[in-house]
Design a protein around this ligand. Structure first.
Ligand code: ATP
Ligand code: MG
Length: 250
């Protein structure tokens, strides 16, 4: 199996010299194989977003290594890092992060424009991913004129238009109503199953987590437990997750 992400004994301490120190991650190691759909769960403050920020190369670990597609990301700086991030990593956040003065199509096109891709190819790729996410009918709309669920689909299309190595999501369903959340999760599951998109999803929500194949539970900056869905259906896996969360609280 092809390993696309390798996290080796990663530690993260916040706070500069003479400031109060917070040890957010205390030695995390795991690997992501191509085509996996992994969930990260844990209480508030356990280090989930910290881990995702390191994986998305927006921040550096204090210790340890992160390899994405065999590349140690700490060796990249400036433009080369931005370029690598743009090509290899897609992210979706709770609050969509769309640019309000651009249409849906223009928002989706941003990462390709930044890479200097030709307009004709951009148009084709935007159409393709919009169709995949069932948002081709709202491509000319501005973010203020579409629903939360549609906004998150636009954000997902923007994250996927570059065909990144991995899609990272930090509570992407957090601001959605339950129907839109379920629709987005169904789509993510489909993209994972049919197009082998590798996904890492941070979530508080056991139902969202039940869509994943493997779940890592973080507590106080370390991986406390892992569970695998295997051949189980979602309902049974959901119950496994609840019971793992129960154990976590003790
Ligand atoms: N920029 C920062 N500076 C200092 N401390 C930080 C910073 N970001 C996070 N922390 C601290 O690091 C720890 C982990 O935070 P993190 O945001 O990773 O938690 P989380 O698991 O994502 O929580 P939540 O579920 O509430 O989003 C917390 O104690 C937090 O206060
Ligand atoms: Mg967080």
């Amino acid at each position: 199996m092809e390993t696309i992400v390798k996290i080796q004994d990663v530690k993260k301490v916040y706070g500069k010299k003479n400031e109060k120190k917070t040890e957010a991650l205390k030695g995390i190691s795991f690997e992501v194989n191509k085509g996996e759909f992994i969930g990260i769960m844990g209480a508030s403050g356990s280090g989930k977003s910290t881990l995702l920020n390191l994986l998305s190369t927006l921040d550096n670990p204090t210790e340890g290594n992160i390899l994405i597609n065999q590349k140690d990301v700490s060796t990249l700086k400036g433009n080369r890092l931005a370029d690598f991030r743009g090509k290899e990593i897609g992210f979706i956040f709770q609050d969509f992060n769309l640019l309000e003065n651009l249409t849906a199509a223009e928002n989706i096109a941003v990462p390709l424009s930044l890479q200097g891709v030709k307009p004709k190819i951009i148009k084709r790729e935007v159409q393709k991913i919009a169709q995949r996410l069932s948002i081709d009918h709202i491509l000319d709309s501005y973010p203020t004129a579409i629903s939360g669920g549609q906004k998150q689909r636009v954000a997902a299309a923007r994250a996927l238009v570059t065909q990144p190595t991995i899609l990272l999501g930090d509570e992407p369903t957090g601001a959605l109503d339950s129907k839109s959340a379920k629709d987005l999760l169904d789509t993510m599951e489909e993209l994972n199953r049919e197009d082998q998109v590798s996904i890492l999803l941070v979530t508080h929500d056991p139902l969202s987590a039940s869509y994943c194949q493997r779940i890592l539970f973080i507590k106080d900056g370390v991986i406390y437990q892992q569970i695998q869905r295997g051949e189980k259906n979602r309902e049974i896996f959901y119950r496994d997750i609840l019971s793992a969360l129960g154990n976590l609280e003790q």
